[in-house]
Design a protein around this ligand. Structure first.
Ligand code: 9YT
Length: 128
């Protein structure tokens, strides 16, 4: 069994800061679980364009406040603590935080660790 503590991830290669957010990647592809799990802070006052064309992501908000706008229908989904959203259609969206939001994120397929969004809000496909 594996036990991971957030304090042991902070400041390592698995702690990735993209400006609008910082993602602490707790479980990754190399852990061979078939998904990755991240503890992510979305910074207050930010707006991020995201479109995971190569991944499915589920996000559970445990602190903070903001919204997700799905771009196919311009629907606004308010996000507060105890709210989960699942991007089951690789939904292109805007993520906005009014207060720092702490999110637990699960990716399938798993990330391998250092990914940041490209100019279209995408993470590359990992072919290995
Ligand atoms: C909620 C979300 O997708 N934020 C962007 C960062 C991502 N969760 C990650 O890489 O951990």
């Amino acid at each position: 069994m594996k036990v991971v503590k957030l304090e042991d991830i902070i400041g390592t290669d698995q702690d990735v800061d993209d400006g609008n957010w910082v993602s602490r990647r707790l479980i990754l592809k190399q852990d061979k679980m078939g998904y990755s799990v991240h503890d992510t802070i979305i910074r207050a006052g930010t707006e991020t364009h995201i479109w995971y064309q190569n991944h499915l992501e589920t996000v559970y908000c445990i602190e903070g406040e903001g919204e997700v706008e799905t771009l196919s229908d311009n629907k606004i989904h308010p996000i507060t603590a105890d709210t989960l959203y699942a991007l089951d259609k690789h939904d292109e969206h805007m993520l906005r935080a009014t207060k720092d939001m702490r999110m637990i994120c699960v990716f399938n397929p798993p990330l391998s660790g250092r990914e940041t969004h490209d100019e279209n809000g995408v993470y590359p496909v990992d072919d290995d």
